[in-house]
Design a protein. Structure first.
Length: 146
């Protein structure tokens, strides 16, 4: 089992950041790697158990299932059902914590997963930097240039 953890500080309130990212189908609005997304079976995007089916800008297709969603805790978790990345038993959590000094947000994105031997470092870097940090950088840019 591999653990990946990435954190960042975003110059906006947790309420504002959460309002921007809480939509489980909203990745194309804020993550630069995502081209399009849809929720299967026309379920609401905030219903635990819904499945998002999205296409990456490089053409890869990924299906993920929403496991938890808490507006109170500014937190959601999800699992990957299908992915070209070569990960198994993937569960990730995205959590925001208000920083009251300066009305900023501490953002954390973590995941645990299994991967074939020899792929650990590559996948940890790809997910930690290419997915999590890229998403945080896009959010920082969005809220920094409003």
């Amino acid at each position: 089992m591999i653990k990946v953890y990435t954190s960042s500080v975003i110059d906006a309130s947790a309420d504002a950041v959460w309002a921007h990212i809480r939509d489980f189908n909203g990745l194309p609005k804020w993550h630069p790697a995502i081209a399009e997304s849809r929720i299967e079976q026309s379920w609401p995007a905030d219903r635990v158990g819904c499945i998002r089916n999205f296409r990456l800008r490089d053409g890869g297709l990924i299906r993920e299932q929403l496991l938890t969603l808490s507006d109170y805790d500014y937190q959601c978790s999800y699992s990957i059902l299908e992915s070209p990345m070569g990960v198994d038993n993937y569960i990730a959590t995205l959590k925001l914590t208000p920083i009251t000094d300066g009305n900023r947000t501490f953002a954390e994105w973590s995941a645990e997963f299994d991967t074939p031997a020899g792929q650990e470092r590559r996948l940890a870097d790809q997910i930690g930097q290419g997915v999590f940090q890229a998403g945080f950088d896009a959010l920082k840019s969005y809220f920094g240039h409003r």
